[in-house]
Design a protein around this ligand. Structure first.
Ligand code: FAD
Ligand code: SF4
Length: 512
């Protein structure tokens, strides 16, 4: 077979035909290498559905490229000689093809980028690592923006990005005269709301083969494999986007923070996985959502709320990740050291809110933002769980989990383990928040109205105990001033009872 000019390595989250590594390549001249590597399937405790999602999408992407005339060298997980690692199989492919050069778009995770940067190709074939310009803010643009700022706040970054992209701008001014409509987006959901039905994609033969492989090779991994309904092709991901814009977007804003038992997604998009592996393009998604506002189909609070997540938060956490890694992964500003309670893997807890969020995670490999942040996230922080254990759990259990986006959300936003680099205050809350935003408390064995005693909602005492335990580290945070004043005004007996209840809970977390 003709010796290629380039061997182009495409990774499992780089499934975009326009990706920088492919841009000036030629189907007849170059070869695309796609490898299923055991190391990538096993470096975190991945959910079965997540492994199946990525592998099935990789195989479909290879078919898409072949249909476009590309020569694709696809290494299956169980292929003879598969070395189990990306660099191992890249080396084998270099020996097989003897290319003049190797091209790859930078991996999304520090771990793999570091491995590729240190790697030496057989025969000294040069390796070019190109920037991933599927993101809307380059590393250099983020560094420029961050340079010299005392604190990095998403809201300021987001405004810069709105101006740069022109999204939701009327000339120089934000649409509707405000940058942010978040205050309108905090309605609790009620049982009488109608939620859009979600399209489940029927697995085709390619996906079915992957499901069989995952069932056999990853039988002991966390999570339920079937039914499996994620989109694994660009066409199906685009259908999911169109469904979302038509059916859910108009109410996305109003109920963005709401939680309801038995409703995993409410009006959320469930597009994160498709964005993260490259089946959808973030700018195209934002433009589709903006068009719904301009056409009068969806209100501004919904559309701005959605654009802020993708253009603001998604780009912001990525910029922060690359700026702070690798040191960021080891941060533990609050010195939290407890192991993750076992019920995070089973859902077997009498706390109805956590049980529901974890069972949903086990079944769907999906939970929406507030479930991740204010249930599993807040509880782990209040209980003083080691942020590395929390990070490992989140990196494994969601279909959209890739370290560049997961780590800042977990370590920074949900655990405050970066000491406030990402969030201006810890997302600490008592059971009252959960009760206001969800219907979980009504069926719970614990009483959200009680603060102490064996039936009291565990969030209540743990909330106060967390604040008091970490007072020295948090007291300078002006947003927490009123909370500490409330504590200081509280009757001494009540304070003692709250701390005792917290001690009892922390001494026996597994029994909750
Ligand atoms: P929607 O609510 O419909 O939001 C639209 C899109 O905005 C999402 O698809 C996503 O691409 C983007 N988005 C929303 N919030 C964020 C955010 N905080 N950071 C980055 N992008 C955002 N997101 C991931 O993609 N992968 C993760 O591994 C991940 N881990 C998280 C862990 C924790 C503790 C928290 C608090 C958040 C995490 N997020 C993660 C962010 C967010 O929760 C998910 O993107 C979102 O829940 C995905 O569901 P959706 O597509 O229905 O989102
Ligand atoms: Fe969760 Fe407490 Fe409500 Fe139970 S009472 S569902 S533990 S917030």
């Amino acid at each position: 077979m003709k010796r290629p000019d380039r061997l182009i390595l495409v990774l499992g989250d780089q499934l975009s035909p326009g990706i920088s590594s492919l841009r000036d390549a030629e189907p007849g001249r170059d070869v695309v290498l796609i490898c299923e590597a055991m190391e990538e399937c096993a470096y975190a405790p991945h959910h079965k559905k997540k492994i199946a999602f990525v592998l099935a999408a990789m195989r479909h992407f290879a078919d898409e490229l072949r249909a476009g005339g590309w020569r694709v060298d696809y290494v299956h997980l169980d292929a003879d000689g598969n070395t189990g690692s990306i660099t191992g199989d890249l080396a084998r492919a270099v020996e097989r093809w003897r290319p003049r050069r190797i091209v790859v778009t930078e991996p999304g995770e520090w771990r793999l980028r570091d491995a590729l940067e240190r790697w030496e190709a057989p025969g000294g074939v040069p390796l070019a690592i190109r920037e991933d310009d599927r993101f809307l803010c380059s590393h250099a643009a983020f560094r420029d923006w961050a340079e010299g700022r005392k604190s990095l706040r998403m809201e300021h970054f987001y405004r810069m990005m709105r101006r740069r992209t022109g999204l939701l701008m009327d000339g120089d001014a934000p649409c509707g005269g405000h940058w942010n409509f978040d205050a309108e987006n905090r309605k609790p959901a009620t049982g009488d709301l109608a939620f859009p039905a979600r399209r489940a994609v029927e697995p085709d033969a390619t996906t079915r083969a992957v499901l069989d492989l995952v069932a056999e090779r990853f039988a002991d991994n966390f999570g339920r494999l079937e039914p499996f309904g994620f989109a694994v092709t660009r066409a199906d991901a685009e259908r999911a986007l169109a469904d979302f814009v038509r059916d859910a977007l108009p109410r996305f804003g109003d109920y963005q923070d709401a939680m309801l038992a038995g409703e995993p997604a409410l009006y959320h998009s469930v597009l994160s996985g498709y964005l993260n592996i490259g089946l959808l393009d973030p700018l195209a998604v934002c433009r589709a959502v903006e068009a719904a506002y301009r056409d009068g189909h969806a209100p501004l609070n919904a559309v701005e709320g959605f654009v802020r997540q993708v253009l603001g938060w998604r780009e912001f956490v990525r910029g922060l990740y690359w700026r702070e890694m690798p040191e960021y992964a080891g941060r533990n500003a609050l010195g939290a050291e407890r192991p993750l309670p076992w019920f995070y893997w089973t859902g077997e807890t009498e706390m109805a809110c956590l049980s529901a969020a974890i069972a949903q995670t086990r079944d769907e490999a999906y939970a929406h933002h507030i479930q991740r942040l204010m249930l599993t996230g807040t509880f782990a922080m209040l209980a003083g769980v080691d942020p590395r254990a929390v990070h490992e759990w989140y990196l494994g259990v969601y279909f959209d989990a890739f370290e560049w986006v997961e780590l800042p959300n977990v370590l920074g936003m949900s655990q405050f383990a970066d000491g406030g680099l990402l969030a201006s205050k810890p997302y600490a809350a008592s059971g009252a928040y959960v009760n206001r935003m969800s219907d979980y408390c009504g069926t719970c064995r614990y009483d959200v109205g009680q603060r102490t005693g064996p039936d009291a909602c565990p969030f209540n005492a743990l909330y106060w105990d967390f604040l008091v335990r970490n007072r020295n580290k948090l007291k300078a945070n002006h947003r927490l001033g009123p909370v500490y004043r409330n504590w200081d005004r509280m009757d001494a007996g009540k304070r003692r009872a709250l701390r005792k209840r917290a001690r009892d809970l922390l001494g026996n977390l597994e029994a909750l």
